[in-house]
Ligand binder design. Structure first.
Ligand code: GLN
Length: 453
C-alpha cells in the first residue's frame, strides 16, 4: 500500500532520492519468516520506514544529496539503520535533504528540491525535508532525520507532523555522514507522538562505536507518550521567542492557544527569560561551519565517489581541487570557506573561541530555566512554510528559520515539535516546540501527547 502511495505522490513532492520497491517487499517477507519461526520482534516489525539519505545503508546508495558522493556504496550500515533493520522495520528508500544537511528548505539538494504536500509551491523545510514530506504525504508512516540546528523540528513543524531532536549523545552518530559532530543528532519523524516515541526508542541508546554516545538508559519515552498527562507540570514560555520580530501572527496565535490548553489540562505556566539565546544563531553559524570545514576535508577525490580530471596529466592536488569544485554545491562551499576562515590562526580566538563561550552561556540559560520549570515551550519556527525560491539567494533569511531551534543544539538537550493547528493567513501547519533538559526526552513526549489529545 505504501509503495502504491509513493508512486502516486512522488511525482508531485519529490521526497525520495532512492526508492527500493523490490528490496522492501523482500525485507517484508523476511520479517514474516522471522515471525513464523517464532522470533519475538518489537512493536515496529514490518512497518515501512524511509531514511534520510545521510545514514549509511549497505544495500542502497548514500549520497547526502551531494554530487561528490554520487555512485558511492557504503560498506557498512549506520547504527540507526542497523538497529531498525534488526527490529524488523522495512526500508522503502532514502529521502532527499539539503546537501550534507546544510539548509532549511531542501532546496540545497544537488539533485532536486522537495515540495511541501500541503502546498506544492512551498518548501517542506530542511534539511530533513524529504523525510518530513514523505511522512506528511502518507508515503511512509515513519522516517529518520538528523537535527544539527533544527533540521528535524523545523521540517516537522512546517509539514504538520511530529519530529524530535533527542538529547545529544542519546542516539548514535555512527554511520551518519558528519556535518557538525558536536551538534549532529539522529531523531524520528512520525504523524503522532506515540509513533515518534516508538521509533525513538527503537534506535536510541548507548553505542560503543560513537565516542560521544551517552552510556545511560533510554529515557522512558513510550511510557511518557502513553501517559500524556501534564497536571502539576511547570511550563516555561521563553519570552525572547514570542516577543521578537519576524514572527507570523497566525503562528503566535496557535502558540498562545497551545499554552492556554496546557493550563487547562492542569499545567502551571510562567514566563522565562533566556537572554543569551539572542546570540545563538551567530554562534551556531561559526561553530557548525568550523566543524563542517574539518569534517568535509575527507572528500578528497581519493576515497569516495566522484573524481574529476584524473587523466594522468594532473597532480593529486589538482584532481582534488577540480573534484571539490565540481562536487560541492554553493552552500557547502560557503560553509567550508567560512569555517576555514574562522579556524585560521589569528582568528580562532576571535571567532570560534567566542562562539564556544556563547555556547556555554546558552547552556547556562537552560540550566537556570530548568531550575524553575520542567519544560520550556516556544513556536518551533517564526513562520509557516515559505515559497520555493523565496530565500535561496538570501542565506541570512534562510538561517532565520532556525532561530528557535538552534539553542537546544548548542546545549545538547532534548526537544520536540508537535502540530498545534493551522495559521489563519495561509492555512499552513504551525509547530509547538517543547524543550526538556538533557536526558529528559520523556518530558517532551509527555507534554506533546497531551497537546495532541
Ligand atoms: N538550517 C541549519 C543549517 O543549515 C540546520 C541544519 C541541520 O540541522 N542539519 O545549518
Amino acid at each position: 500500500a505504501h509503495l502504491d502511495r509513493i508512486a502516486e505522490v512522488e511525482p508531485k513532492i519529490d521526497a525520495f532520492l532512492h526508492v527500493a520497491a523490490d528490496a522492501a517487499l523482500e525485507q517484508a517477507r523476511a520479517v514474516d519468516e522471522r515471525r513464523a519461526k517464532g522470533e519475538r520482534l518489537g512493536p515496529l516489525a514490518g512497518v515501512p520506514i524511509a531514511h534520510k539519505d545521510i545514514f549509511t545503508t549497505v544495500d542502497m546508495p548514500t549520497t547526502a544529496a551531494s554530487k561528490i558522493l554520487e555512485g558511492w556504496r557504503p560498506p557498512y550500515d549506520a547504527t540507526v539503520t542497523r538497529r531498525l533493520r534488526e527490529a524488523g522495520l522495512v526500508i522503502v528508500g532514502k529521502t532527499n535533504l539539503d546537501e550534507f544537511a546544510m539548509g532549511s528548505s531542501t532546496e540545497n539538494s544537488a539533485y532536486k528540491p522537495t515540495r511541501n504536500p500541503w502546498d506544492l509551491t512551498r518548501v517542506p523545510g530542511g534539511s530533513s525535508g524529504g523525510s518530513a514530506a514523505a511522512v506528511a504525504a502518507y508515503a511512509v508512516p515513519l522516517a529518520t532525520g538528523t537535527d544539527t540546528g533544527g533540521s528535524i523540528r523545523q521540517p516537522a513543524a512546517v509539514t504538520g507532523i511530529v519530529g524530535t531532536k533527542p538529547t545529544y549523545g542519546g542516539s548514535s552518530r555512527y554511520g551518519l555522514i558528519a556535518f557538525a559532530s558536536s551538534l549532529d543528532t539522529p531523531g524520528p519523524f512520525a504523524r503522532n507522538v506515540l509513533d515518534a516515541a516508538l521509533l525513538h526508542e527503537a534506535f536510541s541508546g548507548h553505542d560503543p562505536l560513537d565516542s560521544t554516545s551517552i552510556n545511560a538508559p533510554v529515557p522512558p519515552v513510550v511510557e511518557a507518550a502513553r501517559q500524556a498527562d501534564v497536571s502539576g507540570l511547570r511550563i516555561g514560555v521563553i519570552k525572547e521567542f514570542v516577543e521578537g520580530e519576524g514572527y507570523q501572527r497566525g503562528v503566535l496565535r496557535r502558540f498562545t492557544e497551545a499554552v492556554e490548553l496546557l493550563e487547562k489540562l492542569g499545567a502551571k505556566t510562567i514566563e522565562v527569560s533566556c537572554p543569551s539565546f539572542a546570540y545563538a544563531l551567530p554562534a551556531y553559524y561559526l561553530i557548525a561551519p568550523s566543524e563542517c570545514s574539518s569534517n568535509l576535508a575527507r572528500f578528497d577525490a581519493m576515497r569516495y565517489g566522484l573524481r574529476v580530471g584524473d587523466d594522468g596529466t594532473r597532480s593529486a592536488e589538482e584532481v582534488m581541487a577540480l573534484t571539490r569544485a565540481a562536487g560541492f554545491g554553493p552552500e557547502v562551499k560557503r560553509r567550508i570557506m567560512l569555517g576555514t576562515y574562522a579556524l585560521s590562526s589569528g582568528y580562532y580566538d576571535a571567532y570560534y573561541g567566542s562562539a564556544q563561550k556563547v555556547r556555554t552561556l546558552i547552556a547556562r540559560d537552560f540550566e537556570a530555566a530548568f531550575q524553575q520549570v520542567d519544560v520550556l515551550v516556544s513556536p518551533t519556527t517564526p513562520t509557516t512554510a515559505f515559497k520555493l525560491g523565496e530565500r535561496v539567494d538570501d542565506p541570512m533569511a534562510m538561517y532565520l528559520a532556525d532561530l528557535c531551534t538552534i539553542p537546544s543544539n548548542l546545549a545538547g538537550n532534548a526537544a520536540i515539535s508537535v502540530p498545534c493547528g493551522l495559521a489563519e493567513e495561509d492555512n499552513l501547519p504551525v509547530g509547538l516546540q517543547i524543550i526538556a533538559p538533557v536526558l529528559g526526552d520523556d518530558r517532551c513526549y509527555r507534554v506533546g501527547a497531551a497537546v495532541e489529545k
